[in-house]
Write a protein that binds this ligand. Structure first.
Ligand SMILES: Nc1ncnc2c1ncn2[C@@H]1O[C@H](COP(=O)(O)OP(=O)(O)OP(=O)(O)O)[C@@H](O)[C@H]1O
Length: 226
């Protein structure tokens, strides 16, 4: 899954200024990309555009050489096979872990669903937690359930918005390493947004430094962050 964003310009309705001012990013299959930047620099907006929740007024995005958006094309979010994990990873409190993960799997037999749910729970190290409810889990475990839920439909691309924001320092390091291992094992292309240089250094293959809606630097973590 390679993704190419080319000269993207974007403005929110009712806003005066462009939020993205000619953003170009290239990602290769299996890459873990970190978008690093200050609050308000436009990081989440990039994810929203890739997911299809917003539309640029100029530029194009292609996934595996297929145009998903340009002046003439707009592939709707549900047809993009893109998974997303949001900042607050809201799990459904009244559903067990299994049911939470199953949510969004669409049409398939019960047997198939059970297989998928068990596979992804195994992947995130929560094999025996399927029958628990979210409030019976730690913050880090809840975050892993959210990740399992996003992985279950086997997306081509996973977008993560500040996935570590609600974790304390101790938990964070463990989860970062686990995430990296899962992504490498599945060869999943992933993009995560963070304002924390440590996160980017620890997990990314490539870092995109964003400032005021523009990419000001990109490359391997050590060449971008010091
Ligand atoms: N729905 C919206 N309507 C108008 N302006 C918006 C909307 N969402 C975001 N913005 C503005 O767009 C800019 C970029 O927001 P974005 O959420 O992409 O930044 P960010 O880098 O992810 O910030 P943070 O790290 O604080 O989440 C900000 O100035 C924000 O106020």
């Amino acid at each position: 899954m390679s993704i190419v964003m080319k000269a993207i310009f974007f403005k929110y309705r009712n806003a005066k200024e462009d939020v993205l001012k000619g953003v170009s990013i290239t990602m290769e299959q299996g890459d873990i990309i970190a978008i690093l930047g200050d609050s308000g620099s436009g990081k989440s907006t990039i994810l929203r555009l890739i997911a299809g929740l917003e539309m640029p007024y100029k530029g194009s995005i292609t996934i595996n050489n297929r145009v998903i958006v340009n002046e003439r094309t707009f592939i709707p979010p549900e047809k993009r096979e893109v998974g997303m994990v949001f900042q607050d990873y809201a799990l459904f409190p009244h559903m067990t872990v299994e049911k939470n993960v199953q949510f969004g799997l669409g049409k398939m037999s019960r047997k198939e669903k059970t297989y998928k749910v068990n596979t992804v729970l195994g992947l995130v190290g929560l094999d025996h937690y399927g029958k628990r409810y979210p409030h019976e889990l730690s913050g880090g475990q809840q975050q892993r359930v959210a990740l399992a839920r996003a992985l279950a439909p086997m997306p081509n691309l996973l977008l993560l918005d500040e996935p570590f924001s609600n974790l304390d320092a101790g938990l964070k390091e463990g989860i970062r390493n686990q995430l990296k291992a899962i992504f490498k094992k599945t060869n999943l292309t992933s993009i995560f947004v963070t304002h924390d240089r440590e996160d980017a250094l620890a997990i990314a293959d490539k870092v995109i430094l964003l400032s005021d809606g523009k990419v000001i630097k990109s490359g391997i973590p050590n060449s971008v962050i010091y």
